[in-house]
Design a protein around this ligand. Structure first.
Ligand SMILES: Cc1ncc(COP(=O)(O)O)c(C=O)c1O
Length: 323
């Protein structure tokens, strides 16, 4: 690998803020705001206290958004759907041309759980294109990845599950390969901010009149005959791991599941609607653009769906008094 000289770097404004580790590797503190629950994180081969985590601004993840991520739930001290997350990660990495990290990801997940005393919450993992010179769109043929992981303590069956959420609708402006879980999240960030300004929790994204998904979750509607409908997989949406497990569980429990695209109008007219994701698990959608969905309250089918998935999680649903 070519060693870079100081003259290769022309980002003078940045130089004041960055620390020289060597003449090649410049480091920038990872933001540790909102990480009060996290003490140990994993960065490129080492477990370090969160406040000591450092990444290079020359990482291709930072420069080009060339990075994949996964978020895996931990419930009762167990990783949920881990194989599904690993398989999706591999698929995304192949799609964005980053080599698989040469580590045992299962062991790293176990270790980060142990070090952080995590029995319920989320583990975030990001695989980046790594550092390969200051800025070169092509990069080497084989991209040696960077790897960053942290854990957060979170109650998975929480207030949103109980009370439901509100939403706004928003045109889906994301890129055209949404089936890959990359860190190109600009549209989602803007959608969340617009939702917050409108007093809603999230946004239901649509394209050509059809719902794609929520800002960071898959969407479901409950039709007149209680059929559960979620959009079929394509490049237009992320293949949610929770969506897949849930579809299997619902079918095993004798419910009708249909995978097809539906319009925003159909969603407005649905008896019930809900989202599924690793972080929120299942939350009823009460309204979109301030128009109530069904009664505007969590409906019976959604509650049944929650019961089925929470049983799968191993939750003691007897103590959840709103279920
Ligand atoms: C755009 C989008 N769709 C769907 C999901 C749900 O996927 P999963 O169930 O794997 O968390 C997510 C999760 O972050 C997401 O960002």
């Amino acid at each position: 690998m070519r060693v870079l000289g100081q003259s290769d770097f022309t980002i003078v404004a940045l130089q004041e803020q960055i620390v020289h580790r060597s003449n090649y590797s410049l480091v920038l503190s990872a933001s540790v705001a909102n990480m009060s629950n996290t003490s140990w994180v994993y960065v490129n081969g080492d477990f370090v206290p969160a406040e000591n985590a450092r990444i290079s601004p020359f990482d291709r993840g930072f420069l080009f958004g060339q990075a994949a991520y996964e978020v895996t739930a931990v419930y009762n001290g167990k990783l949920i759907d881990f194989e599904g997350h690993l398989a999706r990660l591999s698929r995304t990495l192949a799609g964005i041309e980053i080599a698989e990290p040469d580590v045992d990801l299962a062991s790293l997940h176990q270790e980060i759980m142990t070090r952080n005393n995590l029995t319920e919450g989320l583990i975030y993992l990001q695989v980046t294109g790594g550092v390969h010179g200051p800025r070169d769109f092509y990069g080497p043929e084989e991209l040696t990845p960077g790897l960053f992981m942290f854990a957060t303590h979170k109650t998975l069956i929480g207030d949103l599950a109980q009370d439901g959420i509100t939403a706004i609708s928003i045109e889906d402006t994301r890129w055209k390969r949404r089936d890959m879980k990359t860190t190109q999240l600009l549209s989602q960030t803007l959608a969340y901010r617009e939702a917050r300004r409108a007093g809603a929790h999230t946004a239901i994204m649509h394209e050509d009149g059809f719902v794609t998904e929520a800002a960071s979750a898959n969407t479901w509607i409950v039709g007149a005959d209680e059929t559960l409908v979620t959009r079929d997989l394509s490049r237009a949406l992320l293949p949610g791991i929770t969506r897949r497990t849930l579809a299997d569980l619902l079918r095993q429990n004798g419910l009708r599941v249909e995978e097809r695209a539906y319009t925003l109008e159909e969603m407005f007219a649905a008896n019930e609607a809900f989202i599924s994701s690793t972080g929120v698990v299942i939350a009823p959608i009460l309204s979109i653009d301030q128009r109530p969905i069904g009664t505007g309250q969590p409906g019976p089918v959604t509650r049944q769906v929650q019961q089925i998935y929470y049983d799968y999680l191993g939750a003691d649903t007897g103590v959840i008094d709103w279920l």
